[in-house]
Write a protein that binds this ligand. Sequence first.
Ligand SMILES: [Zn+2]
Length: 89
Amino acid sequence: MAYQPIVVEATKVSDNPKNGLFEITVVLKDRNHCRVFFERDAVTGAPRPTDINRLYKEPCYVCKKDFQCDCMDSFLQTIGAQALTMVGM
Ligand SMILES: [Zn+2]
């Protein structure tokens, strides 16, 4: 079955009004923690996820590694959208 990330906690940890960049840390239902990087569209101001890093608190749910992997990159849009909803953006 395909992995379906579910964000259970999201916290905005930085927001730079000068360049429109901000970061949200998320906790997933499988206890993985990730940091998601966003930028804002220069014209519309709409936020857009650009990058995601897994924080190494738990082994990756997908590949079971407890060090760097790129599994979460595939879920950037899904996790990014949930994170934005959860912080009310
Ligand atoms: Zn992985």
